[in-house]
Each structure stands twice: as structure tokens, then as C-alpha cells.
Design a binder for this molecule. Structure first.
Ligand code: HEM
Length: 171
């Protein structure tokens, strides 16, 4: 038995954006487009004192993102060979340094620390704020790390889109 699926030209399940992206790559690219405004709205809620709603939105966002990361990683490890999908790009080279590899490194330099930050911020907030959530001794640390976590998510999205364009759109 084999664990790979071929549909059309590429291994894995094709996406719906009309590019060479796989289904999960397309889902994540679009999901990031939704995450950024929701995050901005939620931080604004906290600024206006609507802490309970801020908490609900942030916990929901973190849960959806975690599920997306698990599905995405499973897709890339089992079904999709992203290098094969990137191969037609003029920015990709399999055996030497190229813009695709550089953009992937930059993207991971945002994505990995941002993941760690989100875990720290959510777990820290759930432990450090009272129930219902309100400012506490944890506020200073939360505001600082929360801001970094938000900036990290924005950077992760933008660098992810650059990587997606260079790898799966450019021809
Ligand atoms: C990754 C998830 C989260 C991020 C990125 C985040 C981000 C932020 C940011 C940037 C602020 C400062 C807003 C300002 O400028 O005044 C803030 C405030 C706040 N957040 Fe979060 N937050 C997250 C999760 C949570 C959770 C899970 C809770 C509740 C358990 C929470 C409770 C609060 C409270 C109570 C404040 C007000 C703190 C104060 O001003 O004294 N946050 N958050």
C-alpha cells in the first residue's frame, strides 16, 4: 500500500485558487487573510475594555490556527510534495540557493517563534488573568508579548504569501 495520492500533474490534492498550490496550502493562504483583520479587531476589543470577548476570539483563533497547522503539516508530510509543485517556478532551484528557499527560511523565521509566542501568550493569559478576564498583575507582560505575537502573526502571513507566490504562482 502506498500513502501518496496523485491527482492531475502533482502529487496530493490540488487547491482551488487556480495555482499549483495543494488544497491545504490554499486553505492556509486564505485563512491567514481572515486571521489578520480578526486579530486586529480582537486587540481593539481589549483596548476598549471588552476583555471577555477578546478572550473568546483569541482562544477561538488559537484553536483554529492549531488545527490548521496540524492539517497542513500532515498534508505536507504525507500527501503533498511542495518541491514538485514549486519546480516549474523560475524562482525555484532544487539543488542550489534560490528565492524560493530564501523566502521559506524567512517565513520559518517568523512562523516558528510566532507559534511559541502564541502558546506562551494564551497559556500565560489563561493562568494570569482572573475569570472573567480583567487587568491584573499579568497585564504588563501580556500587553508586551501579545503585541509581539500579533506582529509575528502578521509577519508570518506576509512572508507566507511571498513564499506561496514565488513557489506556486510564478511561472
Ligand atoms: C495569542 C493570543 C492573544 C493575543 C495576541 C493578545 C493580545 C493582546 C494585546 C496586544 C493586548 C493589549 C491591548 C492594548 O494595547 O491595550 C491585550 C490585552 C488584554 N488581553 Fe489579550 N491577547 C491574547 C489572548 C488573551 C487571552 C486568552 C486572554 C484572557 C484569558 C486575554 C486577556 C487580555 C486582557 C484582560 C487584556 C487587558 C490587559 C490590560 O490592559 O491590563 N488575552 N491582549
Amino acid at each position: 500500500m502506498t500513502s501518496v495520492v496523485f491527482i492531475g500533474d502533482f502529487q496530493g490534492i490540488n487547491g482551488f485558487l487556480g495555482t499549483r498550490g495543494s488544497l491545504m496550502l490554499d486553505v492556509v493562504v486564505l485563512a491567514m487573510l481572515a486571521v489578520i483583520p480578526v486579530l486586529a479587531w480582537s486587540v481593539n476589543l481589549a483596548k476598549r475594555g471588552q476583555y471577555a470577548l477578546h478572550k473568546k476570539v483569541q482562544v477561538a483563533l488559537a484553536t483554529v490556527l492549531l488545527l490548521a497547522i496540524v492539517a497542513f503539516e500532515a498534508d505536507l508530510r504525507v500527501f503533498t510534495d511542495w518541491r514538485q509543485r514549486a519546480a516549474p517556478s523560475p524562482y525555484y532551484s532544487a539543488d542550489q540557493w534560490s528565492a524560493v528557499w530564501l523566502s521559506l527560511i524567512v517565513h520559518l523565521a517568523f512562523a516558528i517563534p510566532t507559534f511559541v509566542l502564541w502558546v506562551l501568550v494564551v497559556v500565560g493569559a489563561l493562568r494570569g488573568f482572573p475569570q472573567p478576564p480583567a487587568p491584573s498583575a499579568h497585564s504588563g507582560r501580556h500587553r508586551k508579548l501579545g503585541k509581539l505575537a500579533g506582529i509575528g502573526m502578521f509577519g508570518t502571513a506576509v512572508t507566507g504569501w511571498v513564499f506561496y507566490y514565488l513557489s506556486f504562482v510564478a511561472a
